[in-house]
Design a protein around this ligand. Structure first.
Ligand SMILES: *Cc1c(COP(=O)(O)O)cnc(C)c1O
Length: 263
């Protein structure tokens, strides 16, 4: 990975193991969220914090929930489903984030409360069919590729409005807004345009009444304050709450081959 792409990740995040570790990490992240809102004159409480618990084992998730996490984000369907089953005694709901392979739609329809990563009509169709069969519905965010990188999933910006126009056909999907993963860079001024682009698309879609609440899910551990300055209503934060991941992010946003699966 080129140097300038590792910067945002190079901050060390200590591993949270106890309920009080989680409580203090959550408190710290919430304080940073509030400070970012204050800086741009946005009301406090306008940003939902979605803790992202991928790779974190169940025993530690119990502490996270005890410390106040009520929703957990996961981007691997099998892992999320396993955790959903093993933690079924807890009062926590599950948000699946990132691109979905359509053969996993059945599982998502079964256990997820929210899906942030809708990026094709094929996935919308598959989810809707499974949800209808179960008599369930699902909150969804459409994922947009705002960085122009081939390795990132999501709709091309020019495809967003036409895509959103197809979604009323899928009655079990409740459209909540748009989601993006920005460029990985320690240089805030290269990251910010990704967030601004998503906000512009949201404004356009909202004028056409295509985007539900008009939510903006953007910002992660390395860039959530910038995202909030640009209008985020949901930030997806993993490492700043749970600790650094041992697994490289390459596993989560595969480069090269990934693009072929989009079509
Ligand atoms: C892992 C992940 C996050 C959180 O990233 P952190 O660096 O752990 O904050 C956010 N969004 C998506 C889609 C992810 O896969």
């Amino acid at each position: 990975m080129p140097d300038d792409e590792t910067g945002a990740e190079s901050v060390t995040f200590p591993t949270a193991r106890t309920t009080s570790d989680f409580a203090s990490n959550l408190e710290r992240v919430r304080a940073r969220i509030d400070a970012a809102l204050d800086r741009v004159g946005r009301p406090r409480g306008e940003v939902q914090l979605l803790p992202v618990s991928k790779t974190v084992p169940e025993d530690r998730l119990r502490h996270a929930v005890a410390a106040g996490c009520t929703v957990l984000g996961e981007n691997k369907v099998q892992e999320a489903k396993r955790k959903w089953q093993e933690l079924s005694d807890l009062d926590v709901s599950w948000s699946v984030i990132g691109h979905l392979q359509t053969n996993k739609a059945k599982d998502v329809a079964e256990f997820a409360a929210e899906f942030q990563g809708l990026d094709s009509v094929k996935a919308a169709e598959a989810l809707d069919r499974r949800l209808q069969a179960l008599g369930r519905s699902l909150d969804v965010y459409a994922q947009v590729n705002t960085s122009g990188e081939d390795s990132k999933y999501g709709l091309a910006p020019e495809d967003v409005i036409p895509f959103l126009r197809t979604l009323p056909d899928y009655g079990a999907l409740r459209v909540r807004g748009l989601m993006t993963i920005a460029l990985f860079s320690a240089d805030v001024e290269r990251v910010r345009p990704c967030f601004a682009l998503l906000r512009g698309l949201r404004d356009e879609a909202r004028d056409l009444d295509l985007v539900g609440d008009g939510g903006l899910s953007m910002g992660m551990s390395g860039d959530f304050e910038t995202a909030i300055e640009e209008g985020a209503t949901c930030v997806r934060v993993g490492q700043a709450i749970f600790g650094a991941r041992a697994t490289s992010d390459e596993q989560y946003w595969p480069s090269g081959g990934s693009a072929s699966e989009k079509a």
